[in-house]
Write a protein that binds this ligand. Structure first.
Ligand SMILES: [Cu+2]
Length: 221
C-alpha cells in the first residue's frame, strides 16, 4: 500500500532519496546500536520507566515521602505506633495492679508484649498524685531496655507520631494517664523478650518525690 501511494506520486525519485537517507540513518544508528540499543532500550524501558515514572509524578512522590518520614522516626516508633492504634479503642486497662509510694498511687501498670528482636515496647500506667504539690516525671529506667524515654503521641497530618518529651507533669491532687495513643514510657532496645504474664521492674524518677518503683505486667493487648 505504501508503495502504491508512493508510486502515485511523481516524486518517486525524491522518495527514493529520502527513503534511502532514512535507511542509511536508521541503519547507521541501528547497525551498531541495534544489538546494544535493542538490549539497552528494552531493559532500560522496562526498568527505568518505572523509577522514572515514579519520580516524575512529583505529586505522587511527595505523598510517599510524607509517610516515609513517619516510618523513619518510627524506626523506633513503628511498632508502638501500631500498638497505639490498637490501643486507641481500649477502654479497660489490661492490668489491675496498684503501687503506692510517697504521694503517688500508680495503677494499671503494664508493658506491651514484644520480643527482643522487636526491640521496642512501651509501659503505660495511671499516675495519681495525692499530694498538695505538683510533681514532674523526669525519666525512667528499666533493665529490660537499653534506653528508656518518655514519649508523647500526637497526630500530625493524619499520621500518628511519637516523640520524646522532657518530662510529664503530674498536678497536685491530679492524675495523669500514660496510655496507648498518648503519653508513655518508651522501651528502646529490649534486652530480653517481654512475654505476656512477665513482670518488669520500672523505676520512675520524679523531680520532687525522687525514685518510685513499680512493676509492669507484660500484656499482649
Ligand atoms: Cu514512643
Amino acid at each position: 500500500m505504501v508503495r502504491r501511494v508512493i508510486r502515485s506520486y511523481r516524486t518517486i525519485a525524491l522518495w527514493i532519496v529520502a527513503t534511502s537517507l532514512l535507511f542509511s540513518v536508521a541503519c547507521a544508528g541501528g547497525t551498531t546500536p541495534t544489538p546494544t540499543a535493542a538490549s539497552s532500550p528494552t531493559p532500560a524501558a522496562a526498568v527505568q520507566p518505572s523509577p522514572t515514572t515514579v519520580p516524575s509524578p512529583t505529586p505522587t512522590t511527595p505523598p510517599t515521602p510524607t509517610p516515609v518520614p513517619t516510618p523513619t522516626p518510627s524506626a523506633m516508633h513503628g511498632t508502638p505506633t501500631m500498638g497505639h492504634g490498637m490501643g486507641m479503642g481500649m477502654a479497660t486497662p489490661p492490668v489491675q495492679n496498684e503501687f503506692r509510694e510517697g504521694p503517688f498511687i500508680l495503677r494499671n501498670v503494664w508493658a506491651r508484649a514484644a520480643t527482643q528482636a522487636d526491640g521496642l515496647s512501651a509501659v503505660y500506667m495511671v499516675i495519681e498524685n495525692t499530694g498538695d504539690q505538683p510533681d514532674r516525671l523526669l525519666h525512667a529506667h528499666c533493665d529490660a531496655a537499653q534506653t528508656v524515654e518518655l514519649h508523647e503521641t500526637r497526630m500530625e497530618g493524619g499520621v500518628m507520631k511519637m516523640q520524646p518529651v522532657d518530662g510529664i507533669d503530674v498536678p497536685a491532687k491530679g492524675t495523669v494517664e500514660l496510655k496507648p495513643g498518648g503519653l508513655h514510657v518508651m522501651l528502646i532496645g529490649l534486652t530480653r523478650d517481654l512475654n505476656p504474664g512477665d513482670t518488669i521492674e520500672v523505676e520512675l524518677h520524679f523531680e520532687q518525690a525522687g525514685h518510685v518503683h513499680v512493676e509492669a505486667t507484660v500484656v499482649k493487648p
